[in-house]
Structure formats: C-alpha cells, structure tokens
Design a protein around this ligand. Sequence first.
Ligand SMILES: Nc1ncnc2c1ncn2[C@@H]1O[C@H](COP(=O)(O)OP(=O)(O)OP(=O)(O)O)[C@@H](O)[C@H]1O
Length: 260
Amino acid sequence: MSEPAVEFIGVSKSFVGRDGRRQVILDRVDFSIPPGQTTVIAGGSGQGKSVTLKLILRLLDADAGQILVGGVDITGIRGGRLEEVRTKFGVLFQGAALFDSMTVFDNVALPLRERTDKTEEQIRQQVLATLQTLDLSGHEEKFPAQLSGGMQKRVGLARALQLDPEIMLFDEPTTGLDPVMTREIYELFARTQRKLGYTAIIVSHDIPAVFSLADQVIILHDGKMDAFASPDELQWSTKPHIKDFVRTTMGELYQSQLVE
Ligand SMILES: Nc1ncnc2c1ncn2[C@@H]1O[C@H](COP(=O)(O)OP(=O)(O)OP(=O)(O)O)[C@@H](O)[C@H]1O
C-alpha cells in the first residue's frame, strides 16, 4: 500500500485562553490521509478543523505526537527542511487572496515568476493551460473585481496549482457563494483533482455538497477524531454525536441519492 500523504500519530494541541484556562483542541489524535484522494474534515464550530490544517502546514506546533508528511516527521524540522516540505503544499483558504491590481493572468503567473526560472513563454503556456482546466479561458486580462465570486475562487485554485503541489489544502473554499455555485465549484474542484491527481484535504461547512466528492471523511468532536472510509459509512455509526451530525447535516445528500 502506498504511503499516507499525511499522518497524525497521537497529536495533541491545546491553547491557553484569556481566562488562563487550558482548552484542549486535539487530544492524542490519530488519522491517516491516503494519497491522491479527497479527504473532508468536518465537525462543529470551534472543533479544531482549521487548527488541524495549520498543524499540517506547521503554521502551528503540536504539543505532542508526530505529524508525517509523505513519511517525513515535520514536528521537529526547521529552516530549509521545513521549506522543502512546504513546497509539497498548495493552499486555498477562505478569501481567494487575489491581488486586485493584477490581472487574472498575472495573479496566476505570480508563483512561477517568483519561485521558478521558467521563461515568460513557458509561464504563458502553463498559465493558459491551467486556466483552461478551470474553465477560465478568455478571462486572462480581467481584474478580480470584474469576476464573480466563483470565478475568483477558481483563479485562486489556478494560482495555488502553479507549483504542482502534491497536497492541496482547502479551508472553507466556497465561503460567500450561494448553494448552486458552491456545488458547481466543488464539482469543478473534483474534476481538477482527478485530472491532476493531487491529494485534496478540505475543511468545509458545505455538507452535503462537499461530501458528494469525498473519498474519506474525518469528523472532529471534543478533541477526538472519527475517520470514515466514505460519507455513506457515516450513516451506520452508533456514536450519538455522529448520529446527530448525520441527522442535522446530511439529509439532503441521502435524499438526492434516493431521487437518483
Ligand atoms: N492561535 C490560537 N490561539 C488561541 N486559541 C486558538 C488559536 N487558534 C485557534 N484557537 C482556538 O481553537 C479552537 C478551534 O479553532 P478552529 O479555528 O480550528 O475551529 P474550526 O473547527 O475550524 O471552527 P469553525 O468551523 O468555526 O471555523 C477555537 O476555540 C479557537 O478559538
């Protein structure tokens, strides 16, 4: 079996609040994210989903445990070795974080101009190919303000893909979009993931839209994680918090399957 893209072994993380009390966010959590698939991390507000992504990127340090990225324990590494591991990642967080004064083309080309020795012609070809994959051909010369919210997210993904990441991290990538647009964006993200083959890790509240593309689901609750091989498997859990989760968030998913 191929090596997990990301693995948590006994990972704990807590914060000390303003009142001086320690708040445990993750309590000896273990999970494994298979490569080349889409894993969705879900759970209620404040359960540590974004903290988990930040630990994977080492924007936060774990208090205990090991975090392996492609088999490398990243918990103790610094400097050049950390930078090297970070090159494996692409990120798309809530706002697409585009530069308003730059065209779509220049926004997407930015990582290539800053981080590679590619010629302008090579950059042009690569950027145009990615824009085509993300249904953005013909919009190269527009500015972000001239685009819909969904198009802005797609430009954000196009830029995040330029350095050929092995692992894409998404944190609420459809914030601000209506349900129809959200579903469309996730379908496009799924097609892009299948085409390029990266590992996708998505934190989202947009259930069931995001579950329709998940190979695996991780639910965070009270510092613990439950991993499920598929969204369907969730239905059969006997844990009360999972049953509640399914009842309150997933009805539409199963209803739509029944209709199909
Ligand atoms: N740097 C920090 N310092 C102190 N507390 C933090 C820090 N980062 C996160 N927290 C706390 O950790 C908890 C989990 O935060 P996190 O952002 O991971 O939640 P989440 O599951 O992503 O929630 P939401 O769905 O609401 O975004 C929250 O109570 C938050 O206040």
